[in-house]
Design a binder for this molecule. Structure first.
Ligand code: NAD
Length: 360
């Protein structure tokens, strides 16, 4: 019996060659994971987090999270196919994701980096170890994109973006990919120096949306049908009166919106309420914990809306708040898509774990 164990190692450039910047593919992978989440065909324990203080220190000194998960799909092959959602995953993996907010200024490195391991489903030996930094940013954008596909008004034309950093870029790529009717994006960042870089990235990724850089955060909100907040803000700045009738607000960062503002929402959708509570930083959880809103305002998980067990938007007047904490099953689903592409394309390096294990 072959005892040598090899895994495929994919560095970021190889992930890109294997479709790592293909937002259309990533949207499918992320919708697949939401769908299987809605069908309860997943395992996803609460994320262990190392942080050097309370939840609020994550935006200052950083944190390290590890996100293990299993994603199935075998029993839903036909439905996945009819929804054009790639196919089953049926394996498990983990993302290890440290974040150091001073990295860009101090080292010209990304704030967050990630490594993903995908297991062989039979032996549970590693079958792929890959960069997860790009996957993580793409899947976070795609989660908002899928939310907009299901929760935005069909007549949505204007997107408001606050925070034009790494996540801001993938937010707009995904929103435009998922809601092609969006025509204009009003962008606000506290640091306008990054607007040129942001514009370049939109062009490089063929995002066909008119960019309007605005001088105040209010201008990014007022009249926007869909809003995304993706900042490193440390204190809330959003005003409830800024929301237009029928707006969808996707808040992927943590301290932008005050709990009070959720009172004007018709309902809140999360990715996984158990994970949101467990991590304890999302405003939707803080608002319920502090009695600002009732937990009845948490309509459910997006996967339940996608599979139809929970009702989504029922009128163009409803204001909806989408507040994902970020799920390991998104990383696994997107990493699996890239791994499969890389295998077909012969990319990456085969690295042995051992030739002959000491035990076994
Ligand atoms: N929920 C999720 O699944 C998920 C996943 C990944 C990242 N995140 C979170 O998204 C946030 C952004 O991450 P990133 O990688 O894009 O960081 P980044 O540093 O690349 O970009 C953040 C941007 O926000 C801007 N900014 C900071 N404070 C602001 C303010 N008060 N108003 C307007 N703009 C402001 C900065 O100038 C910067 O351009 C982080 O909090 C991160 O933890 C959430």
């Amino acid at each position: 019996m072959e005892k040598r164990v090899e895994f495929l190692y994919l560095q970021q450039e190889e992930c890109i060659k294997a479709g790592g910047r293909d937002m259309e593919g990533c949207l499918k992978a992320v919708e697949r994971s939401f769908f299987l989440h809605g069908k309860n065909d997943y395992i996803q324990p609460g994320k262990p987090v190392i942080r050097w203080g309370g939840p609020e220190t994550e935006e200052v000194t950083g944190r390290i999270m590890s996100m293990p998960s299993f994603l199935g799909g075998e029993n839903y092959s036909d439905e996945l196919e009819s929804r054009n959602l790639i196919g089953p995953v049926n394996t498990s993996g983990i993302k290890y994701i440290p974040s150091r907010p001073h990295n860009p200024a101090r080292f010209r490195l990304p704030r967050a980096n990630a490594v993903i391991i995908i297991s062989n489903p039979d032996s549970l030996m590693p079958s792929c170890i890959m960069d997860g930094t790009l996957i993580s940013a793409m899947r976070t954008g795609a989660a908002s994109g899928v939310a907009a596909k299901y929760l935005a008004k069909k007549t949505s034309k204007v997107l408001g973006l606050v925070g034009a950093g790494v996540q801001g870029i993938t937010q707009v790529m995904a929103m435009k990919g998922a809601v092609p009717a969006l025509e204009e994006c009003r962008v606000y960042d506290i640091n306008p120096k990054i607007y040129d870089y942001f514009s370049e990235k939109m062009k490089a990724n063929n995002v066909d949306i008119k960019l309007k850089f605005v001088d105040t955060v209010e201008e990014a909100f007022i009249d926007s049908d869909v809003i995304s907040t993706a900042t490193m803000a440390k204190k809330p700045y959003v005003k409830p009166e800024w929301y237009k009738e029928g707006a969808l607000h996707c808040e992927i960062s943590f301290w932008d919106t005050p709990a009070e503002a959720l009172k004007v929402m018709d309902f809140v959708v999360v990715d996984d309420w158990y994970q949101v509570k467990h991590h304890g930083v999302d405003v939707s959880w803080r608002a319920v914990r502090d009695g600002v809103i009732s937990d009845k305002k948490i309509r459910g998980n997006l996967g339940e809306i996608i599979t139809g067990s929970v009702t989504g938007r029922s009128s163009d007047k409803e204001k909806i708040f989408f507040n994902p904490i970020g799920m390991g099953i998104h990383d696994l689903s997107e990493a699996h898509r890239i791994y499969r592409n890389a295998e077909k394309m012969g990319l990456g390096k085969k690295i042995p774990l051992w030739d002959e294990p000491i035990f076994g």
